[in-house]
Design a protein around this ligand. Structure first.
Ligand SMILES: CC(C)(COP(=O)(O)OP(=O)(O)OC[C@H]1O[C@@H](n2cnc3c(N)ncnc32)[C@H](O)[C@@H]1OP(=O)(O)O)[C@@H](O)C(=O)NCCC(=O)NCCS
Length: 161
């Protein structure tokens, strides 16, 4: 199956929220999908992509990038958020719907994000994976990502747990 990677548009919010709820059932309340999407769109909406199953008459080959506006008739099967603060790029919330895994959709999403971060002047991209999430680790390692051997520290500064 081929897929198309394109920038997120507001009409994708429901599909991406459903995908994230399914993929990250243990996420804390602060990661409530529609809230996260709204904050991302308010801050830097360009670093947010979806992978789509194209209309039946357009399916062929492997996952590729779609021109802006190619979303008509497409079904969201994956999503990825990135950030860039001038120092590092970060990837967040990569997910592909279970029935479309192992078809290259996540590979295409990460490639698009890395390309766009590079174009912004970013020299290094980081991400965090839960230590128990061996599948995601295997996915990133298959793309050549390696562990930094740095401790990951965090502090909640909002009201939610
Ligand atoms: C991790 C995830 C995004 C991978 O998506 P995907 O579209 O299936 O990945 P791809 O098809 O691009 O996989 C590329 C390669 O990664 C490796 N890989 C992918 N999933 C793997 C798994 N479950 N176990 C081992 N290796 C895996 C394989 O080498 C694969 O190539 P192959 O299919 O030719 O063997 C998907 O499994 C997912 O959504 N998981 C749940 C959400 C999640 O935990 N996200 C991480 C947040 S940090």
């Amino acid at each position: 199956m081929s897929c198309l990677v394109r920038r997120f548009v507001p009409a994708d919010a429901g599909a991406v929220a459903a995908l994230w709820r399914q993929s990250f059932p243990d996420d804390p309340a602060r990661n409530e999908p529609l809230g996260m999407i709204a904050r991302k769109l308010a801050r830097d909406p360009e670093l947010f992509w979806v992978a789509c199953e194209p209309p039946a008459d357009a399916r062929a080959g492997s996952c590729s990038e779609a021109a802006a506006g190619a979303e008509a008739g497409s079904v969201v099967i994956g999503a990825l958020v990135a950030g860039y603060d001038g120092v590092r790029g970060w990837l967040y919330h990569l997910a592909v719907t279970p029935v479309h895994r192992r078809e290259g959709a996540a590979t295409a999403l990460v490639a698009r994000a890395v390309d766009e971060l590079r174009e912004l002047g970013c020299h290094k991209v980081n991400l965090q994976v839960r230590e128990t999430n061996r599948e995601v680790r295997a996915f990133y390692e298959s793309l050549g990502w390696t562990e930094d051997h740095s401790a990951s520290l965090g502090r909640v500064i909002g009201d939610s747990p």
